[in-house]
Design a protein around this ligand. Structure first.
Ligand code: JFZ
Length: 438
């Protein structure tokens, strides 16, 4: 008997993006690492004993927040401890965490290039005198360990260039269209060219402008120049929606939601949420808001259940070390994915409309053969109630990390009742696998 969920019918083409299949790997990956690392990492969220002054508490905004001069800010480069900086360790950490790609801040809003750029002198290798090109080291380490690499590039805000955008125009003053175009032509585009030329295959360019270009100083043609450059130099490179152009496959390969903003409904196109373990993206020595491991599991799985992904940030210190709080959570996520990754990688979700299950979230493989119930809240009465799914599965099993355990189930109208043992096999998320005959 052919078992088909009505809901699945609508989804038969969910992962097929007719215009391109550049993003196929990204839709399978589901989980990646963000790395915010730059001069701000050395300030550790505090400047001359003063805490961050203004609204957002992001440590990577310290130059702006504390109105630090370009020169004083540049001197932070002296605080880097090169002996212990080893980008390969970040790659290995991502790998252990079960992450499939890494996005690193090649240039954040402060305008400092992490690589050995020939466009100006404001780069970490030059300011520190180390000569170390961390982007090159990342590219090599990623290649060595089979990790996809993407670059965050702040194309809009750049507090270093006098003609770039500083949204309140407090550091750069008023910028005319002509001046902004000068920044664009003489700094941004040439730097993008370097990044796309000198570091091998680049999996994605992650831009960071969270409002449509019409509300910015950008002209459409300028952003189209960036797209053309990327398509020319790296035809397989993905572009995220924060470039500012409309979410059209011509320009944008995947949507980036707001920071730590999780999906609220199933989306057909590829998307991801950039998320933090802490509050700040860049390292903040006074960080007080660490998310729980359980929260991070829920974020990842909830997104997959809506056909999305999760890019989780670490903010290493200026000596390259990663806070223990991040490492411990990444280890827990990685250990779980090692056992239950079949329910995340290559999975999508089910269109449930307004249906919510109090126990957790549902994912499915894109071939429709397997459905996974991710149980965050183990039912005290040992009965898992599932709805939104039309017909009976062939078998239902509880994944245990070793041999799956068969579960009995009954169908009562639209409701499937699955009997589970008293004890949940996993402290974070237990997984019930439902297999269908197709
Ligand atoms: C931006 C940056 O300003 C920040 O430093 C960090 O790099 C982050 C990943 O991106 O901040 C944003 C961008 C978008 C939203 C909020 C903060 N948003 O859409 O809600």
């Amino acid at each position: 008997p052919i078992v088909l969920m009505l809901l699945f019918l609508q989804l038969a083409t969910a992962n097929v993006n007719a215009q391109n299949n550049r993003s196929a790997w990204f839709e399978d990956a589901r989980f990646g690492m963000f790395i915010h690392w730059g001069l701000y990492s050395a300030a550790e969220g505090i400047w001359k004993g003063e805490n961050l002054r203004y609204a957002n508490n992001y440590a990577e905004w310290i130059r702006y927040r504390n109105r630090i001069s370009k020169e004083e800010y540049g001197a932070l480069a002296q605080r880097f401890v090169w002996d212990s900086i080893d980008p390969e360790q970040w790659v290995l950490l991502a790998k252990q965490a079960g992450m499939k790609y890494i996005i690193i801040t090649s240039k954040h809003h402060d305008g400092v290039a992490l690589w050995d750029t020939q466009v100006g002198n404001y780069s970490l290798p030059k300011l520190s005198g180390s000569g170390r090109d961390v982007i090159k080291e990342m590219a090599d380490a990623c290649r060595k360990h089979g990790m996809k690499l993407g670059f965050y590039y702040s194309h809009w805000i750049d507090w270093e260039h006098p003609y770039a955008w500083d949204h309140n125009q407090e550091l750069t003053g008023h910028v005319t269209d002509e001046q902004f175009n000068q920044y664009w032509q003489e700094k941004a585009l040439p730097q993008l060219r370097e990044l796309l030329t000198n570091y091998g295959d680049i999996a994605m360019m992650w831009f960071d402008m969270w409002i449509p270009y019409q509300h910015t100083i950008f002209k459409k043609e300028q952003l189209e120049q960036a797209v053309a450059l990327i398509r020319e130099l790296q035809p397989n490179c993905l572009i995220n929606s924060r470039l500012g152009l409309p979410t059209d496959a011509k320009y944008v390969d995947f949507e980036t939601l707001g920071d730590n903003q999780f999906g609220s409904s199933y989306k057909q196109h590829p998307w991801e949420t950039p998320g933090t373990i802490a509050h700040s993206w860049g390292y903040n020595g006074q960080e007080k808001e660490w998310k729980s491991t359980g929260q991070l599991f829920e974020s990842l799985i909830s997104n997959v259940a809506l056909n999305g992904g999760f890019t989780l940030n670490i903010g290493p210190r200026a000596d390259g070390t990663v806070p223990y709080e991040s490492i411990s959570r990444l280890h827990d996520l990685g250990a779980w994915l090692q056992q239950y990754g079949e329910s995340v990688y290559g999975n999508t979700g089910v269109r449930l409309g307004s249906i919510q299950h109090d126990w957790g979230k549902i994912t499915r493989t894109t071939d429709d053969n397997v459905v996974y119930l991710h149980v965050f809240n183990w039912p005290l009465d040992r009965l898992l109630r599932v709805t939104g799914i039309k017909s009976k599965p062939r078998k239902v099993e509880l994944l245990t990390g070793s041999t799956p355990r068969a579960l009995s189930f009954t169908q009562q109208g639209p409701l499937l009742h699955i009997q589970v043992p008293q004890q949940q096999p996993d402290p974070y998320v237990s997984v019930v696998r439902m297999t269908y005959d197709q």
